[in-house]
Unconditional design. Structure first.
Length: 131
């Protein structure tokens, strides 16, 4: 796992813009906390929990919902030396709902704590398939 990326690149945003309009998407959040934040006053987990609390109104405004949140117990297949700490699944009605939230200047003020907290903050846009 590459443990440095916590924000999307321009290429990744461009790719997300190609996601089918008016189609729900589930954002899979793969989270690895910093042991101590750059300001040295708290753990990454503490800073992330503050972000998680403060992001709730933006999630509601985007008409999104938390589907599942959990800590990683163990890696069965994969890099168990550098496994993530937490996984979250958040469903948005559409890519536009997600992008409107992510680009909201008030959200971006709250998102500072996400950046402060994370060693790695993977975000994977997933499309539900019919079985």
């Amino acid at each position: 796992m590459q443990l440095t990326q916590v924000a999307a690149s321009q290429a990744q945003i461009a790719q997300l813009m190609e996601y089918p309009k008016n189609t729900p998407l589930v954002m899979t959040n793969i989270i690895k906390f910093k042991t101590v934040t750059n300001n040295g006053n708290e753990s990454g987990q503490e800073a992330y929990m503050r972000y998680f609390k403060n992001v709730q109104p933006f999630i509601a405004k985007a008409k999104a919902k938390l589907i599942w949140k959990g800590t990683v117990a163990s890696t069965v297949i994969g890099d168990s030396e550098d496994q993530p700490d937490m996984i979250l699944l958040v469903e948005y009605p559409s890519v536009d709902h997600f992008l409107q939230m992510a680009t909201d200047p008030e959200y971006q003020k709250v998102a500072v704590d996400r950046t402060l907290a994370l060693e790695y903050g993977g975000l994977i846009a997933c499309k539900t398939i019919d079985s």
